[in-house]
Design a binder for this molecule. Structure first.
Ligand SMILES: Cc1cc2nc3c(=O)[nH]c(=O)nc-3n(C[C@H](O)[C@H](O)[C@H](O)COP(=O)(O)OP(=O)(O)OC[C@H]3O[C@@H](n4cnc5c(N)ncnc54)[C@H](O)[C@@H]3O)c2cc1C
Length: 259
């Protein structure tokens, strides 16, 4: 399994076409626009950059300002025929992107850069293990759709409560294990962390498996360390990503937990 970290900075202006409230904390927004004519179908695990608060066609020349206005999201679906791009936003509370998504209206515009990165999934993979929170469920769905026939997916999703359960894919049926923070008063990521030993016990052969852990950055690091140091998993079989970090705004998109 290999992971491509490169991303494209080509920027496109897009328009909100439809908005669907999927769960109380997730909004699915479909963007359209002729500018998406050159958008490429993303690999599973790819990301895009969304640039907020810019006026249409107004270039941001100051790189620091540009960075502060950008957030990283998953191009969940791209339909090359209709040139529509779907993004699923977690409404986590205060935050440039979350606030924008909570208030977005059809017809609004936004700037998109990318896509970039993503995984090449080997044809002979036997077991795909994914431990994700709600922000990485779009990635988990993309990975599921790219798995070879016969590959066994093991998916653990940590969400706020039972009302946040949602289908990971419209084409692949999988029954994730759901972990609910609210009923235990748990901090984000800690339920995934506590559940990790159960998952390890159920994976028969590490060498036939590949692991994706994507969630809050501090918990991701502890899970990475557990798998590498206590379980001796080969690091080439593991992709870990801090999708966001507790208390930090605009956490960098390249936090793989390696340092
Ligand atoms: C490769 C990649 C793909 C991603 N794909 C998606 C995606 O498809 N959908 C999605 O919703 N997110 C996704 N994320 C996560 C998203 O980039 C972050 O959640 C981002 O911080 C949101 O920006 P913001 O402006 O709303 O909040 P920020 O301004 O970055 O942060 C404000 C505050 O909110 C907290 N916060 C940020 N995110 C969360 C969260 N998810 N839950 C709880 N508290 C949070 C921060 O700790 C901070 O205290 C992805 C991240 C990466 C690296």
């Amino acid at each position: 399994m290999s992971f491509n970290r490169k991303s494209s900075r080509q920027m496109q202006q897009v328009t909100v076409k439809t908005i669907e409230q999927v769960t109380p904390r997730v909004r699915r927004i479909v963007f359209g626009g002729n500018t998406l004519a050159d958008f490429t179908v993303p690999n599973p695990g790819a990301h895009i950059k969304l640039i907020f608060g810019t006026k249409p066609n107004e270039p941001i020349d100051d790189p620091r300002k540009l960075r502060s206005q950008m957030r990283t999201y998953t191009p969940r679906y791209f339909n090359p025929n209709t040139k529509e791009l779907t993004v699923e936003f977690v409404l986590h509370g205060d935050g440039l992107a979350s606030t924008w998504a909570a208030q977005a209206q059809v017809g609004e515009t936004l700037t998109v850069a990318g896509p970039g990165g993503g995984m090449d999934i080997p044809e002979n993979l036997k077991t795909m293990v994914m431990l994700v929170d709600e922000s990485a469920m779009p990635t988990a769905g993309m990975v599921l759709e790219a798995l070879p026939a016969g590959c066994n997916p093991i998916v653990i999703c940590e969400v706020e409560d039972a009302s946040e359960q949602r289908s990971l894919s419209s084409s692949i049926e999988v029954k994730p294990t759901w972990l609910f923070r609210q009923e235990l008063g748990a901090k984000p990521g800690t339920l995934l962390e506590n559940y990790l030993p159960h998952v390890v016990a159920n994976v028969k052969d590490f060498d036939d498996s590949f692991w994706l852990i994507a969630c809050e950055a501090n918990t991701m690091r502890r899970m990475r360390s557990h798998l590498l140091k206590q379980q001796g998993i080969n690091k080439d079989r593991l992709v870990t990503r801090g999708y966001w970090k507790s208390g930090a705004s605009n956490h960098p998109d390249h936090d793989y937990g390696e340092s």
